[in-house]
Design a binder for this molecule. Structure first.
Ligand SMILES: NC(=O)c1ccc[n+]([C@@H]2O[C@H](COP(=O)([O-])OP(=O)(O)OC[C@H]3O[C@@H](n4cnc5c(N)ncnc54)[C@H](OP(=O)(O)O)[C@@H]3O)[C@@H](O)[C@H]2O)c1
Length: 246
């Protein structure tokens, strides 16, 4: 697999899956910019880890749920000639509670981080991609989008929204050489899933034919595949990487 060096933007690139994606794309020679929201310690750790591997990426602190901040980010990227050819929307947030007890604030926060941020960033990213007649967009969904998951009504709804957004945008921009796909990982042990009770994890793994959690690196490998030149006829799809769960 190979691709010429491109500008890559990884939203949520300082932790978990996004960090593994940033590392994978940087190893492939792409010019990577990682966006994070506020965790400076994670940014420093990410920079240190990548530095030890001889890799250098740029960092941007942006709340991707805020339209003005996203607009300002893209103006800085344009100025630095780093507008993305490869965009990975890996920000995410969960606030779990049974629907009957889910607060409106938590519902809004989950929809914003998982769906609105994906919309805002895609909206800015496609403009330079259209001009260049090339682009690869990879959004993050979840098995919860189609299966549902107790305690995750907001998250499942947001991730189902990501599927609709992905399929629609894929149709809108296909003629410009831009592909838009989603990945749907099963359980990956990151900060996002650290709060899950061990009993819930065991239950999930029992339902997973491969009987283990996935790794950020395995998901990053799939993102890399979608960025590759060889994936040029693949668009509007959601690829599951969930150990057989779905
Ligand atoms: N882990 C899993 O099992 C799993 C399964 C299915 C789908 N997914 C999806 O995969 C993606 C990555 O998940 P993960 O487990 O790697 O998450 P994670 O470890 O919690 O990392 C989330 C990253 O997103 C950033 N972020 C969150 N909200 C943001 C915002 N509003 N603006 C900018 N950056 C923001 C965080 O930055 P700060 O830390 O600075 O806030 C952090 O870098 C998410 O979309 C998630 O829903 C994960």
């Amino acid at each position: 697999m190979s691709a010429p060096p491109r500008n890559a933007l990884v939203i949520g690139g300082t932790k978990g899956i996004g960090r593994a994606v940033a590392r994978r794309l940087a190893l492939d020679g792409h010019h990577v910019t990682c966006v994070y929201r506020r965790d400076e310690a994670a940014r420093e750790q990410c920079a240190r880890e990548l530095g030890e591997a001889g890799l250098s990426v740029a960092f941007e602190q942006v709340d991707a749920t805020e339209p003005a901040e996203v607009l300002a980010l893209f103006s800085r990227l344009a100025h630095a000639e780093r507008e993305p050819d490869l965009l990975v929307n890996a920000a995410g947030l969960t606030r779990d509670a049974p629907l009957a007890f889910l607060s409106v604030a938590d519902f809004d926060a989950v929809l914003a981080s998982n769906l609105k941020a994906t919309f805002l960033v895609c909206q800015q990213a496609v403009k330079p991609m259209v001009r260049r007649r090339f682009g690869r967009i990879i959004n993050f969904s979840s098995p919860a989008a189609l299966l549902g998951n107790e305690g995750q009504a907001a998250y499942a709804a947001a991730k189902a929204g990501v599927l609709g957004l992905t399929k629609t945008l894929a149709r809108e921009v296909a003629r410009y050489g831009i592909t838009v796909n989603a990945v749907s990982p099963g359980l990956v042990r990151t900060e996002l899933t650290a709060h899950l009770p061990e009993q819930k994890v065991e239950e999930l793994l029992r339902k997973t034919p491969l009987r283990r959690a996935g790794t950020p690196e395995e998901v990053a490998g799939m993102v890399r595949m979608l960025c590759d030149e060889a994936a040029s006829y693949l668009t509007g799809q959601c690829l599951s990487i969930d150990g057989g769960l779905s």
